[in-house]
Structures are given as C-alpha cells and as structure tokens.
Design a binder for this molecule. Structure first.
Ligand code: HEC
Ligand code: HEC
Length: 232
C-alpha cells in the first residue's frame, strides 16, 4: 500500500488555494492524476486484455459520468463505504473455513477519503467522463415500485442475480458490487443498460448477458428501486 505518500499528497493539496485553476474540472483532473491514477484508470477499456483487466487495482472510471449520480459520488468520496465487500479482487479476500468460503473483511482496505472541497473538484472532473452517452440514450425506463417478496424471488431465484450481488437485506453473493444502494449510486439508464448488455460497458466483465427483454429488465430496476436504502 502507498498510504503514507497518498495522505501526504492530499495534505499538500489541501494547503494550496484551489483558485489557481481556471476551472473546477481542471483542478479535479490534476487532483485525480496525483491521487487516484495509481489505482484507477480513465482510459478507454474497450480493447482491454484479460491480463490487463486482472491487473487492475480498482474499477475503471472511464465512463464515470455515464454511471454515477453526481450527488452520491461527491458524498461517497468524503466518506467512502464498501461497494464490493470482497474488494475489487474478491478472490484474494476469500478465506476457506469449515462453514464454507467467507470474506476476510480485515483484508479489504479502507478506501482513501478526501475533503469536501476536493470531492467537489473530483466529482466535477469525473462527471465529464461520458464516452458512452449513446448507450444511455437507448434506455427509457423510469424506476417504479414492486412487491419486495416478488422482487426478491425474481432477483434471487428466477434470474440468479443474487449469486453474485447482494440485494435487499444485504443478502447474496459478493463477486459483484452490492445493489442495495444501486438507485442512490447509479443513473437508472446505466443500470438498465448494464443489465441489458454488460459487455458493452466492460468487455471482460464476469456478468453474463442473459438476453433479458424490456419487461424483465424493468422488473429488476423496480426491485432495485424498492430495496434502495434511499427511497424506502
Ligand atoms: C489504493 C488504491 C486506490 C486509490 C488511491 C483510490 N481508489 Fe478508488 N477504489 C479503489 C478500490 C479497490 C475500489 C473498489 C471499492 C469497493 O468496491 O468497495 C475503489 C472504488 C472507487 C469508486 C467507486 C467505483 C465503482 O465503480 O463502484 C470511485 C468513484 C473511486 N474509487 C474514486 C476514487 C478517487 C476519485 C480517488 C482519488 C482521490 C481514488 N478512488 C483513489 C482503490 C483506490
Ligand atoms: C456471475 C456473476 C453475476 C451475475 C449472475 C450477475 N452479475 Fe451483475 N455484475 C457482476 C459483476 C462482476 C459486475 C461488475 C463489477 C465491477 O464493475 O466491478 C456486475 C455489475 C452489475 C451492475 C452494475 C453495478 C455497478 O456498480 O456498476 C448491475 C446493475 C448488475 N450487475 C445487475 C445484475 C442483475 C440485475 C443480475 C441478474 C439478472 C446480475 N447483475 C447478474 C456479476 C454478476
């Protein structure tokens, strides 16, 4: 871990006045290049090789502006919480025990936090990364509500999403990101587009394309909306 130098850099930046940059996103880019590129890439990942993908230290932020809700992003950067309880490389964190495989929470590092001003600049920069707007333009669903029991059954039993994702009640697999804050965290068009064609977002994703039709996707979107901690 490069924690000490990271903290030092943020400390140094915190002492500088931020009006030196003409535009918030320029300052955000500089901050990103100093504090985040050690782990995150904003480069085009369309032709990424499997070995490059496996060497990634953190999720790509290439299309951050097409993916996140800006409000969530700014808040999360100040007080980050785990999204993948197994970390980005969950296999490194799995402990084999007599009770089956469990995640070694102590092995999941705490995400570095920034101050409020830095979070604003970083959010401004990251929300400008929108290379996949045309994928979002194809989506036209508004998240609605669904009975939680029906939704749970659909998510876990019928569609098998719960094998890799935690849904309502934080129950489910951990090889994918948790989805009980998905509506708070992600743009609804991104959610439906990712469920429709995960490989168009991440060519080496572990998530299978289930070739779901619109009404199946809508049901899942409604479920994620229903279980969202934010809207309940
Ligand atoms: C030491 C490596 C490291 C550094 C430095 C780092 N991150 Fe991360 N970041 C991670 C990992 C690992 C995750 C996945 C955490 C999770 O899913 O719980 C992550 C997750 C994220 C996410 C959520 C991504 C997603 O797709 O869900 C955002 C946004 C983010 N980081 C932004 C930043 C920003 C901005 C900086 C610079 C201030 C930064 N990170 C610095 C390792 C790092
Ligand atoms: C075999 C495991 C697996 C299955 C089954 C699976 N997913 Fe995924 N899913 C993943 C992984 C891995 C990611 C991307 C992880 C990343 O970017 O770090 C993902 C990403 C997502 C995302 C985007 C989340 C984000 O934070 O970027 C959504 C939404 C999603 N899945 C919904 C579903 C739904 C709904 C189903 C059921 C139809 C499903 N998934 C089935 C593994 C799976």
């Amino acid at each position: 871990m490069k924690e000490p130098s990271f903290t030092l850099k943020l400390l140094t930046l915190a002492l500088l006045p931020f009006n030196f940059a003409s535009h918030a996103s320029d300052a955000g880019r500089d901050l990103f290049n100093q504090s985040c590129v050690a782990c995150h890439s904003v480069q085009d990942n369309s032709n990424i090789s499997l070995s490059q993908r496996l060497e990634e230290k953190a999720p790509t932020l290439f299309y951050a502006g097409n993916k996140f809700n800006a409000q969530w992003l700014q808040k999360w950067l100040v007080a980050p919480s785990n999204i993948r309880s197994g970390g980005h490389f969950f296999l490194n964190r799995v402990k084999v025990t007599d009770d089956g495989d469990v995640i070694d929470e102590s092995a999941v590092p705490q995400h570095p936090a920034v101050n409020a001003e830095q979070a604003k600049l970083l959010t401004s920069y990251l929300m400008q990364q929108r290379p996949k707007s045309e994928l979002l333009a194809r989506e036209h669903m508004t998240p609605g509500k669904i009975s939680k029991t029906l939704g749970d059954n659909d998510f876990h039993k019928f569609k098998g999403c719960g094998a890799c994702h935690q849904g309502g009640d934080a129950y489910g697999g951990v090889s994918g990101p948790e989805l009980y804050t998905a509506i708070d965290r992600l743009q609804p068009e991104y959610i439906s587009s990712y469920i429709r064609s995960p490989e168009l977002w991440d060519p080496k994703t572990l998530m299978p394309n289930r070739h779901l039709n619109d009404s199946s996707i809508k049901k899942l979107l409604d479920y994620l909306n229903t279980i969202s901690l934010n809207t309940q």
